[in-house]
Design a binder for this molecule. Structure first.
Ligand SMILES: NC(=[NH2+])NCCC[C@H](N)C(=O)O
Length: 398
């Protein structure tokens, strides 16, 4: 495909193409013993999670959005020998494997059909699912993983993010998610649909996750700095986008180092060209450092100020309207936890949101935002809403 029309310059421009991941066998790997390490707060009912996800994809399609599935792009990319060789080498390089198992796995993976290989890369591989030789497999328990599963692939937001017409491969902070970006990098590198698209950042760089990056408008990015994106990740982002002329301002937004606020998009998302939905319990204290290109390739860093003020100034608008999600702090806290603030715009003033967050959604309605509700009781157990579960690839310019 020609790269014409590809790219993202806002959070709200009409959404044309999005990448999702329909949850699959990787979710069946979750147990009460590993769910914390794998960043899920419960054990989802897989079939229901899939049905909910189909509802999400259906809502997008009904609004004219083209839905691409990560698993399909991956399997298609894996038809190419170079792509297979690259990912097999990366997967087998895990030091826990040791040489014997590494050699065996390299050969075993190399013999798989693209679909099956994609499935193993996503769902992982248990010791008792193969008969591999060596002391390592003998000493590991039957249910130990030789290749770890990736249940958080569901959250396609985090492992790549489009900035203008380039795609940034992120670098995930949590051990359980690191390998995800090998897969997204592979898709963008090898899938014919993305031929000619320039990749930036890279999965081995400073930590930076897509859930922390918000395109407030063309030329202005906000980046949350907290549990996932490090200060160095934010600095690298600023240098990179300024160097390529993709933005004139980056707002570095310190957020609490907490699971509840793991990404900037768990506390706020844009719902219109000049409106932002925000968790009220932080709205009054959210601040940001404006960062711009400085002299001699350095960064100019302005004073830390209230987020809404710095954002409006950078965006060149008088005011960034705040929609806050309920005055009662307990209700607000409950709905924030269930990703009430994590909405996905399919167009200005039209946001997909989890139906369960009734108070938040009512506020949105009162503020003139059309809410497209989706079910998420099972999907939500991974702590992510419609924005987390989507990677926009193409939005119309505003
Ligand atoms: N953009 C987001 N808010 N993503 C949510 C990711 C949730 C996932 N379980 C994690 O902990 O990484």
């Amino acid at each position: 495909m020609a790269t014409h029309g590809i790219g993202v310059r806002s959070e709200v421009g009409r959404l044309r193409t999005v990448m999702l991941h329909r949850p699959g066998p990787e979710l069946s790997r979750l147990t009460p013993r590993n769910n914390d390490a794998l960043l899920f707060d419960g054990i989802p009912w897989v079939e229901r999670a899939q049905a909910e996800h189909d509802g999400f994809a259906g809502a997008l399609r009904s609004r004219g959005v083209e839905v691409l599935y990560l698993s399909e792009l991956l399997a298609q990319a894996l038809a190419l020998p170079d792509a297979r060789a690259q990912v097999i080498e990366q997967t087998a390089s895990d030091l826990r494997l040791g040489d014997i198992l590494r050699g065996w796995l390299t050969e075993w993976l190399g013999a798989l059909e693209p679909d099956r290989l994609a499935r193993v890369l996503m769902a992982g591989l248990r010791n008792d699912e193969v008969e591999a030789p060596g002391l390592v497999t003998a000493l590991l328990a039957a249910h130990d993983f030789l290749i770890d599963p990736l249940p958080n692939l569901l959250f396609t937001r985090d492992s790549s993010v489009w900035v203008g017409d380039r795609v940034m491969i992120t670098s995930l902070a949590m051990q359980a998610r690191r390998r995800e970006t090998q897969l997204t990098e592979l898709i963008y590198q090898f899938h014919p649909r993305f031929t000619g698209v320039e990749r930036i950042h890279g999965w081995q760089r400073e930590h930076l996750e897509g859930g922390d990056v918000l395109a407030l408008c063309d030329g202005v990015l906000a980046v949350g700095v907290g549990e996932r994106t490090t200060p160095a990740g934010a600095e690298r982002l600023a240098h990179t986008v300024f160097g390529l002329g993709l933005a004139h301002t980056v707002l570095a937004v310190p957020i609490d180092q907490d699971r509840a606020t793991m990404h900037l998009d768990t506390i706020c998302t844009m719902v219109d060209v000049d409106a932002i939905l925000m968790y009220p319990n932080v709205a009054h204290r959210l601040s940001a450092y404006p960062v711009r290109p400085g002299a001699n390739g350095r960064l100019w860093i302005g004073p830390r100020e209230h987020f809404l003020d710095v954002a409006a100034a950078a965006m060149g608008i008088e005011r960034l309207r705040l929609i806050d999600t309920g005055l009662d702090p307990v209700t607000a806290e409950r709905e924030q936890w269930d990703d009430g603030n994590n909405t996905l715009c399919v167009a200005p003033k039209v946001a997909i949101a989890y139906e369960r967050n009734e108070v938040t959604n009512a506020r949105l309605g009162e503020a003139g935002i059309e809410v497209v509700p989706i079910a998420g009781s099972e999907l939500g157990s991974g702590r992510g809403g419609p924005r987390c579960m989507s990677c926009p690839i193409s939005r119309d310019p505003l």
